[in-house]
Design a protein around this ligand. Structure first.
Ligand code: IPE
Ligand code: IPE
Ligand code: MG
Length: 256
């Protein structure tokens, strides 16, 4: 018998607890306006602000935003540098407001590749907001789903090597415990803007049963209404977790 379906996850009409967003299309948005790609990244910051505030207002528990992937280092050096600068500026500018609004900010990803000063800024922002109890905002920076699983497996391998862990007892739960999102609910709804229908090595393990929502809108055009549309679509999905539709209906009936 496999593990039971987690509480609450079937209830139709329930809000997603965890929303993850691949914020894509900044470059094309800028190009369509005859501007440099960076203009799109800057415009995208406004969409981040709107989305975070809407998610917080709606009572979403966790929002994970893909800001910079493990693969984005492959971009022209100038774009990478400017993106890092933008990250520093936005972090400096927004942290107080996030804190005031009860948001707990976390940066997930391999931050060791960032400059010392950016790492310090991140640590200070996480520390300032660590006791906040409203929205958990994960900013995925130098993040890759494969990196996340690998770093978890490395920790387990170390435990095996020093005799603390018996490999024959390993479970999915052991892997989850060391992921960067440990302790948070899995992703219910994953959104990608800009019309691309791929995951691009975003949060892989945690999105194993996420509903995937793709919209043609470029990220700088994404706003509160776009988020509500995605949530409205999600609410009408029938999540089955491997069961049949009939089983789900029966479970919903006993729930009500
Ligand atoms: C997403 O927009 C932002 C980052 C990856 C940092 P893009 O920069 O990928 O925009 P497009 O896909 O080139 O339009
Ligand atoms: C994914 O977008 C990464 C972020 C949104 C930060 P990309 O634009 O980098 O993805 P690909 O390269 O088109 O798959
Ligand atoms: Mg892109």
């Amino acid at each position: 018998m496999s593990s039971p379906i987690p509480d609450n996850e079937l209830s139709r009409g329930a809000l997603p607890k965890h929303i993850a967003i691949i914020m894509d299309g900044n470059g094309r948005w800028a190009k369509a306006r005859g501007k440099a790609r960076m203009f799109g990244h800057k415009a995208g910051v406004e969409s981040v602000r709107k989305t975070v505030s809407a998610a917080n207002r709606l009572g979403i528990q966790v929002l994970t935003l893909f800001a910079f992937s493990s693969e984005n280092w492959r971009r022209p050096q100038e774009e990478v540098n400017l993106l890092m600068e933008l990250f520093v500026t936005v972090l400096g500018r927004e942290v107080k407001r996030l804190h005031k609004n009860g948001v707990r900010l976390r940066v997930i990803g391999d931050t060791s590749r960032f400059s010392r000063s950016l790492q310090e800024k991140i640590a200070r922002a996480e520390d300032l907001t660590k006791n906040n109890t409203r929205l958990v905002l994960n900013v995925a920076a130098n993040y890759g789903g494969q990196w996340d699983i690998t770093q978890s497996v490395k920790k387990l391998a170390e435990q095996v090597a020093c005799g603390e862990l018996d490999p024959s007892t390993l479970t999915e739960g052991d892997i989850a415990v060391h992921l960067s999102t440990a302790g948070l609910p899995d992703v219910d709804l994953m959104i990608r803007t800009s019309g691309e229908c791929r995951i691009s090595n975003f949060i892989l393990w945690q999105a194993a049963y996420a509903e995937l929502y793709f919209t043609e809108e470029f990220w700088p055009d994404f706003n509160e209404k776009s988020l509500s549309n995605a949530i409205a679509w999600y609410i009408n999905r029938e999540r089955r977790f491997g069961c049949t539709g009939e089983q789900i209906q029966a479970m919903l009936e006993t729930e009500n």
